[in-house]
Design a protein around this ligand. Sequence first.
Ligand SMILES: Nc1ncnc2c1ncn2[C@@H]1O[C@H](COP(=O)(O)OP(=O)(O)OP(=O)(O)O)[C@@H](O)[C@H]1O
Ligand SMILES: [Mg+2]
Length: 506
Amino acid sequence: MGGNVLRVLIVEDSASDAELMVRALRQAGFEPDHHRVETAAAMRAALDGQAWDVVLSDYSLPGFDAMGALALLRDAAPDVPFIVVSGSVGEDTAVAAMQAGAADYVMKDRLQRLASAVTRAIEGAVGRRERRRLEEQLAHSQRMEAVGRLAGGIAHDFNNVLTAVLGSIELLLLDEPPGRPHREELDIIRDAATRAKDLIRQLLAFSARQVLQPAVVDLNRLVRDVAKMLRRLIGEDIKLETLLAPELGAVRVDAGQMEQVLVNLAVNARDAMPEGGRLTIKTDNVDAGGSQVLLHVSDSGVGMDEEVQAHLFEPFFTTKPRGKGSGLGLATVYGIVRQSGGHIAVDSAPGRGATFRVYLPRVEAPLDPTDRPRPVTAPAAGSETILLVEDEHLVRLLARKVLERAGYRVLVAAGGAEALDLAERYAGTIHLLLTDVVMPGMNGRELMRRLAPLRPDLRVLYMSGYADEAVAQHGVLDPGTAFLQKPFTPGGLADKVRGVLDTLTA
Ligand SMILES: Nc1ncnc2c1ncn2[C@@H]1O[C@H](COP(=O)(O)OP(=O)(O)OP(=O)(O)O)[C@@H](O)[C@H]1O
Ligand SMILES: [Mg+2]
């Protein structure tokens, strides 16, 4: 729309009266682009054909009237203002029209009032639209929050169930070498339970209940590292382009989770471009409303209509055939971004590709050293003494068995009070406290706080299935806190324990 162009639909049987309205608008500085209709059918066609800024309607026409026109308009375009322009028909009629939703009422012999009535009506409509947009936004975020709580609750309970299932299988497998009867079935159970665990992990991510281990990172470097893997992932028909802003601000994120964000967005882009196309990853500094770093992932694929965009981030929303998509990719992205203090927006239209923008708060702190996990050469084992505290019987059994097989001396307690008691009576050195976080009575952190004065050299490894306030504020761990996600595998536990014992600073 250029200058003051005003798209006016006029419901009027008199061409000359319509011309007078147009002239009045033109005199007030508008450039009316107008169309006149006399019947309901013609009006319907006009409303279907294009968008209008305002409708001006005579009060009664042969075979049609303002009330009918108003009803049609409310159906087709509820936001477009409607003004009755009529000869004098009396106050009652004017009031009835306003009550039915007309924005104003202008007499034909006072058309000099028309332009200001139109201006006011359009301003009112803009305000209403804006208000509705905000209401929709609020409803959307409330819906996401409710779904998030539901998903988080389910994930939490399932996580405990899966810890027991996977733990039992792992225990059985320790005694069941390949070739023994039932070994094949055990492998099948383990694979199925592992798949379930992956699903639950994504739900936890969506509900922002994962335990993140954030570090100050250079997003450009992260993108560069992941790009190599993405090229393999998207295939040769899709061209990957990276445009990385020089002097990009640093962000505090969990690098592994951020990689997951990029991978999920790239896989979606790939699926949206079955005939090939272009995937662009861009980084930028933005300074609107606080300093942020923008990650921009766009594709030249099939795009999405508004209906899809409205549900995009909900868990299990997918347009892909059964078995192809779980609908958890973007839910995961959403949760990770939110939990990292950022937000995500999408811009797309059918046939026009899609652009996802991830905004992350910029931090001024120096980059953390990127500690690649050290390659595990020897089997992780040792002879130190470990105090194991876990209220869940099965998990306790599993951890104890794994650690004893690795050569450690293991002291076992089922809760905080018992652990304190044990530590007071035990004469030797205790090198490591391996404790569940969420336990009835005394939680893991509290236990460590009480043990620290008794055993100043004690190191601690926390384990939990779920980001609870007892684990970490908003699921974000203090730097330097060692943490093991449940359910864990025997190998995962042994590696983590060895790693914590080997770090130089406790
Ligand atoms: N880049 C894109 N272009 C077009 N549509 C997209 C794009 N990204 C997502 N979508 C739409 O959003 C839906 C949800 O995406 P999401 O990643 O959450 O689930 P999925 O890809 O269907 O399944 P999953 O990622 O769990 O395998 C998709 O099914 C698709 O309709
Ligand atoms: Mg996906």
